[in-house]
Write a protein that binds this ligand. Structure first.
Ligand code: DGT
Ligand code: CA
Ligand code: CA
Ligand code: ZN
Length: 573
């Protein structure tokens, strides 16, 4: 919300310091390890550096009412279409405004045409390169148009569920549909509440402050649109059929069709959102999901697997293997400090990690050639080691393993000399530059890095950025095969901007026998919470804890890394 205010102020050409104050407030809120609501309750919000009285008031207004009048007014003043333009990755509000002022452009189509015919060059400050980037951004936007990735829906669900659960008469409120299954992209958000008065519940829901438009309302279902544009379907049921409804509305459709087929075969059982019924109409299950599955001779199936991929047959044979849970992850193998582009000191990252239950973190700051991220030289790594040792001597810290996120240079060599790499506990390697290389070149580049005895994890293997660019042309299947051969772990990067590997690649990696690592790539403490996205991807991939490197304790991880190094050195001899 504050970011949007800043964008609009920027479009209006407001004072730089005022805009910066909003952005700074966003930064501070991102860094919090306490809930904003709690700070408001304790009257401590204004103690946060960078949050003055004016912004504090706006935060309180938004948190307590779900709306911000100042923002509503700003939105009314600026042509809404102008905000559309800023959806183009890399096109800031200021430039959008300049383009609008010079050429009157308000639509993406007009913008694209102007870029193609080089009319944008008439706008102050726009060069050929800018124009090229705008065209790329538009192409990216078109590719992902209309697709919402599941983390965005989870964040919305957090706030809606909190509101629903605080309503009188709500026994239970949960996510259903594709969002519960953590399907990579989702159509709409489905919520389910158990209440003794479902009709009243649906009417209440339509009046929530988050709602911008009621699409449909009737009986036990309400469909609304929220401010961000996402559609939310709410269904309300009586508590005794909650399990049946949850199963039914979680889907997927393919899964439900198969389950109903099995029920019919098993003795003409009928499954619907109210329960499981015998031919004579007696209900034999429905209060819990477990009871529904048990009624058709199946073990409970984790929602992430309910896609009709053979999970029903598997569950009919007995309990499914326990999939990796977020709490199984004992450490994070990919984190940054302010030695490179992270925001915080090592001690802050280590303490926050311990507070959220991690026993260790590998501190993987960037390496020298990545100057935009303040990458470290070998000398700086040596200096950093002193601080790491000091932090490790303090109480209350997750153990800090010294690591690097080493850049894989365009030719596949690594951005640190071997002796420096050998001195580190954990090395993750990644591609950040020359992303446009042809398939062969970029694949050989990554394979070469995997063969290094020092590389323990390949970070964000496809380099995609959901807000900016798609996957590189790297041959992921070849990468998986080489990772298996060399004993290198492949990362599931949990950042909602990356989700890389995604569920289908991670599944392929599991099937091929690869080891994975579920990391946050945290640049500040709040980003440790990204783990829930990576955890869900891991479960969709069918991963059990033994297939995830960071479910091991720190010594187990170190042993694994040493083993690869020893094997690699032996191969070199
Ligand atoms: P989405 O929203 O397109 O990402 O995918 P879903 O799976 O969330 O689908 P949605 O929102 O249409 O429906 C939620 C679940 O409800 C779906 O997975 C299966 C279940 N369902 C129950 N009855 C029906 C029905 O008559 N049609 C469909 N399509 N789904 C139904
Ligand atoms: Ca849905
Ligand atoms: Ca729906
Ligand atoms: Zn990183």
């Amino acid at each position: 919300m504050l970011n949007r205010v800043a964008d609009l102020l920027e479009i209006r050409g407001e004072n730089f310091f005022k805009i910066r104050a909003y952005r700074e407030a966003v930064r501070q809120l991102d860094n919090l390890t306490t809930e904003v609501e709690e700070l408001i309750h304790d009257g401590r919000l204004k103690d946060i550096p960078g949050i003055g009285e004016a912004i504090e008031k706006k935060i309180v207004e938004y948190v307590t009412t779900g709306q911000l009048e100042f923002l509503t007014r700003l939105e009314a003043e600026v042509p809404p279409a102008l905000l559309e333009l800023t959806r183009v990755p890399g096109l800031g509000p200021r430039t959008a405004k300049d383009i609008y002022d010079a050429l009157g452009i308000l639509s993406l189509d007009d913008l694209e045409q102007a870029a193609q015919t080089h009319r944008l060059l008439e706008v102050r400050g726009i060069k050929a390169k800018t124009e090229e980037n705008i065209l790329k951004g538009i192409a990216m936007l078109k590719r992902t148009e209309g697709s919402i990735y599941f983390p965005e829906a989870w964040i919305l669900a957090d706030s809606l569920l909190a509101t629903l659960r605080s309503q009188a008469g709500v026994v239970r409120a949960e996510i259903a549909g594709s969002v519960r299954r953590a399907s990579e992209t989702i159509g709409d958000l489905d919520l389910l509440v158990a209440s003794d008065d479902p009709d009243a519940m649906c009417r209440e829901f339509a009046r929530l402050p988050q709602v911008s438009e009621v699409i449909g309302q009737g009986g036990t279902k309400t469909s609304v649109r929220v401010r961000s544009g996402m559609q939310v379907d709410l269904r309300a049921v009586k508590p005794d059929s909650f399990g049946a409804a949850w199963q039914y509305f979680t889907g997927s459709q393919a899964h439900n069709v198969q389950l109903r087929g099995r029920a019919l075969q098993m003795g003409k059982l009928k499954i619907n959102e109210y329960g499981v019924f015998k031919e004579d109409g007696t209900r034999i299950a429905g209060e819990t999901e477990e009871s529904v599955y048990a009624a058709v001779g199946c073990a409970w199936i984790p929602p992430e697997l309910r896609e009709g991929w053979g999970e029903i047959e598997l569950a009919a044979r007995g309990p499914l293997p326990a999939l990796v849970q977020d709490q199984d992850l004992r450490g994070d193998l990919h984190t940054h400090s302010n030695w490179s582009d992270g925001r915080n000191e090592i001690a802050v990252m280590a303490r926050a990690a311990a507070e959220r239950g991690y026993r260790y973190i590998a501190l993987t700051d960037h390496t020298q050639s990545l100057t935009i991220a303040q990458g470290l030289t070998p000398e700086r790594f040596r200096a950093r080691a002193v601080e790491i040792a000091a932090v490790n001597a303090q109480p209350g810290m997750a153990r800090v393993l010294s690591g690097a996120e080493v850049d894989i240079l365009p030719d596949g060599s690594l951005d640190l000399p071997d002796d420096c790499l050998a001195s580190l506990d954990v090395v993750v390697a990644s591609v950040h530059t020359a992303l446009d290389q042809p398939k062969d070149v970029i694949t050989q580049r990554v394979l070469r890095a995997l063969r290094s005895p020092h590389v323990d994890v390949l970070a964000h293997p496809t380099s995609r950025r959901l807000d900016r660019r798609g996957e590189t042309r790297v041959d992921v299947e070849a990468v998986i095969a080489e990772a298996v051969k060399t004993g290198t772990a492949l990362e599931i990067n949990s950042s909602p901007f990356r989700l890389d590997l995604n569920d289908s690649w991670a599944r392929k990696a599991r099937e091929a026998g690869a080891l994975l690592a579920i990391d946050n790539d945290a640049h500040y403490p709040a980003e440790y919470d990204y783990v829930r996205y990576g955890g869900a991807i891991g479960r969709r991939a069918g991963l059990t804890p033994d297939r995830v490197l960071n479910t091991r304790d720190a010594d187990g991880v170190l042993a694994h890394c040493r083993e690869k190094a020893a094997k690699g050195v032996a191969n070199l001899r």
